[in-house]
Design a protein around this ligand. Structure first.
Ligand code: CA
Ligand code: CA
Length: 610
């Protein structure tokens, strides 16, 4: 770890002076009043709840607990975006590159951004100068399925909190970079890891776990954000017991074997690897769950609750209030982890309290966010093989029968079941990369991919710390001219208003603004801005490596800034198949880029030198 610079301390004191609450008449007064003045910079629940509206900071993953990734700012807009230029760039350094999937946090003139290999940087938001860096010491034998990524940190009080690849939760002092508390969330030797950004709800830090490819059991947990003390734990597989304040808090579901055969629920998956959203109106945490384990679904007949589902959880008790399963009895690795984004719409004069979810399985779901009832479902990609449609009455998919064959039915002398050609591929119509919702255009902007796979099943038995798939696959291409597609989708009609096609798979987050813009990155290295109404590409900047992180925007010193991490990686290069040829020239990296509008009336440099 590096030492905090003196300049930061100076600015901290300057802030105290400017509040006018402090006099230097006696050192006693300073010592007594300084903490009170410093309190103005502490992150509170009220500030977190107001994050989407407050333009001077970005305090939450999702640019608001609902995750709409919408900014009310308009300085950068359809007319001015052409003048967007770099303000500074920051290198994460050393040989640890790989995927940079994080969303930066901006608070109190500092940017907190996580990087590959469980690193966290604090950077001066004005200059790009490093304030400190925290490099988590990772043990040998960590088992991240899909690259050594991290998607971001949470801030609360004077802390910045993030999860690590060895499934620990780390809280660090925002000013000093020193660790304040640390909690073990899961056993990395059993395949648990953490890559998602935590959320802060009611003073609690809310987290999930990754590891669905290793037969872990998913869970959502709440800890006191200031101390790390566990408040509740909610397993996401039916049959497991949750806790509240150290006491049993009931099993998930009514009985272990209601939707699971035998002991399969004990290693059932349902990883909560992407984090969640929160809606203060309904006071519910929404968390998605991953595939059933193993992938070979012939081993676990039944719906396998609560895999491939969205769960609504009571933040005060950790109880599941409702659930909606997008892929019952998942057999394609269609993790249902995607974010549910709260939004309202009007129908027959009524305001509908809805949530939108673009699933890995190729469907977009509109749910009543108060009770989980399905309101609408439609396709987000051109080819969805496994289901014809979703029945709006029953809420269940109408399957086509396109499931990989049972290995038990394989011809004598063979172990593999019959292979199927299925779209989307297991990498999903939409994978982890977050979409955005713009309340002005009333459209969701969804980063998608069009691809398929050959998929087959094999016999498998659980072994701690080993991959638990019972399946093999090859990712296949569908179209010559594109894989990635950013689509503007009307959640009420299901209509695709516009689309932007990209040669390589889209793997980065999306942001939209009141300036009428949509931002997202490409693996080819560009951060791009589109007209939110028409999809016209208005601006792009080459960052030097693939952009698979999440852009953010904020206001500082009267100017609007945009930041995005750059660094190609993530699951795609690891599971390539036929996709490999589309991405083989892409280079890794590790940078944070920050942009603002060029000022044409700025004084010439020569004048400033005098
Ligand atoms: Ca804010
Ligand atoms: Ca999975």
């Amino acid at each position: 770890m590096k030492k905090i610079t003196n300049r930061v301390v100076t600015r901290h004191i300057m802030t105290i002076l400017m509040t006018g609450a402090v006099t230097f008449a006696s050192s006693t007064v300073f010592a007594k009043d300084a903490p009170e003045a410093a309190d103005a910079n502490l992150v509170t629940d009220a500030k977190i709840l107001d994050d989407q509206n407050s333009t001077g900071d970005v305090l939450t993953y999702g640019m608001g607990l609902g995750g709409q990734r919408y900014s009310p700012m308009t300085m950068i807009n359809k007319e001015t975006v052409k003048d967007l230029v770099p303000a500074w760039a920051f290198s994460y350094g050393d040989e640890k590159q790989r995927g940079q999937e994080a969303q930066p946090i901006v608070h109190n003139g500092k940017i907190f951004v996580t990087a590959s290999y469980s690193r966290l940087f604090a950077i001066d938001a004005r200059t790009g100068e490093e304030l400190w860096q925290y490099e988590h010491r990772l043990p040998d034998g960590i088992m991240p399925c899909c690259d050594v990524v991290n998607r971001g940190a949470a801030v609360y009080d004077n802390l910045v909190i993030f999860g690590t690849l060895d499934a620990q939760l780390i809280a660090i002092d925002q000013d000093t970079g020193k660790r304040v508390w640390r909690e073990k969330v899961g056993d990395y030797k059993a395949g648990y890891s953490m890559t998602a950004a935590p959320n802060i709800v009611k003073g609690m830090v809310i987290t999930g776990v990754a590891g669905g490819e290793f037969g872990i059991v998913g869970k959502v947990e709440a800890r006191d954000a200031k101390t790390g003390k566990l408040i509740w734990s909610r397993p996401t597989i039916e049959g497991h017991m949750g806790t509240l304040n150290g006491e049993d808090n009931g099993i998930t579901g009514e009985e272990a074997n209601k939707t699971w055969p035998g002991d399969m629920w004990k290693t059932g998956g349902g990883a909560t690897w992407l984090g969640g959203t929160y809606d203060a109106e309904s006071d519910l945490i929404y968390y998605g769950t991953g595939n059933g384990s193993p992938w070979n679904a012939h081993t676990r007949p039944g719906d396998n609750l609560y895999t491939a589902s969205t769960l609504a959880i009571d933040p005060d008790t950790g109880k599941i209030v409702w659930h909606y399963q997008t892929t019952p009895h998942d057999g394609w690795d269609y993790d249902g982890v995607n974010e549910l984004i709260p939004f309202d719409y009007e129908k027959d004069g009524q305001v509908i309290k809805a949530g939108g979810k673009a699933d890995r399985n190729g469907f977009f779901y509109v749910l009543n966010r108060e009770n989980g009832k399905l309101l609408n479902a439609f396709k987000t990609v051109t080819k969805v093989g496994w289901a014809d449609h979703v029945d709006l009455e029953t809420g269940r998919p109408v399957e086509t029968g396109l499931r990989p064959g049972n290995p038990a039915d394989a011809p004598e002398g063979e172990t593999k079941g019959a292979s199927v050609f299925a779209a989307p591929s297991f990498l999903g119509a939409k994978n982890w990369m977050p979409m955005a919702y713009n309340p002005d255009t009333k459209l969701f902007y969804v980063p998608l991919n069009e691809w398929a796979m050959d998929l087959w099943n094999e016999p498998i038995t659980y072994k701690k710390g080993a991959a638990y798939l019972g399946a093999g696959f090859t990712v296949k291409l569908l179209y010559e001219d594109y894989i990635g597609a950013l689509r503007a989708i009307d959640p009420v009609t299901g209509e695709w208003k516009w689309e932007y096609k990209n040669q390589a798979p889209l793997w980065g987050g999306v942001m939209t603004t009141a300036g009428g813009l949509v931002f997202t990155g490409t693996p080819e290295g560009y951060l791009k801005a589109f007209d939110a109404n028409t999809g016209e590409e208005l601006w792009k900047f080459q960052t030097g490596s693939g952009v698979v992180g999440c852009p953010v925007t904020w206001e500082m010193d009267g100017e609007q800034y945009v930041a995005v991490p750059s660094g190609w990686g993530g699951a795609v290069p690891l599971w390539g198949g036929e996709v490999a040829k589309r991405i083989r020239t892409l280079n890794q990296g590790g940078m944070l880029w920050v942009f603002k509008l060029h000022k044409s009336d700025a004084a010439p440099a020569t004048t400033a030198m005098k």
